[in-house]
Design a binder for this molecule. Sequence first.
Ligand SMILES: [Zn+2]
Length: 251
Amino acid sequence: MARELKEVQGIIFKRQKYKEADLLAKIMTKENGIITLIVRGALKPKSKLGAATLNFSYGNYVIYTSGHGLSNLRTYKEVRQFDGLYNNLTKNAYASFILDLIDHAFLEYQNLGKYYTLALYAIKKINAGVDPEMITQIVQMQLLAAYGVEPQLKQCVICGKSQGIFDYSIKRGGILCSDHFRVENSRMHLKPKQTAVLRTIGLLPIERLGSIKVSDDTKKATRKAIDRIYRDTIDLNLKTKKFLDELKMFN
Ligand SMILES: [Zn+2]
């Protein structure tokens, strides 16, 4: 593909120093997937491009791209910041983890489809003060499909029953009804309420993000369950997750 100028809408989520005063910034875009941009002179004082590519900047960027490898940021239009994320360490850590997790599920320039909308909703909600832990758990449950390990949450993986009392089995990749609790020894031994939360958040329409309220105890249990599901099925070892876990120990 020839190089061309293109306007993309997206969220900046990772920055690192490149050559001299240049910067590499990752942007998660609506139609062109995740792109690494070279931002020339971004680290010079008073650089406008630098200011428009701070973490969690959101807007329209004009890039020069060939659809693979590094692209160049030329200019931008209507860029705003999610200030609530930039100025708050905890919110910042949650948002960074969410975007990092989405980043790892896709190849560069691969269309994110509904996961772009999910990312944007999640970031907006956390920025607005909605419980970031719950938002993150929802994103994690929904993102399993993007990693190719979509869990069966609608019905029992063995008999197809959709109502009743359920547990979760990582080995079976989904929920298990109480008729099979004795025969299936890979189940997680979650409380029915905890499995119900995993089901709800995994199947939740994106527009309803932020409308879920659960008790602190249940939230802790589902956090543990989701961590185990990720460890046993994907095993990513992300620095952003490690940082988030460390941060929680001091809160
Ligand atoms: Zn069953």
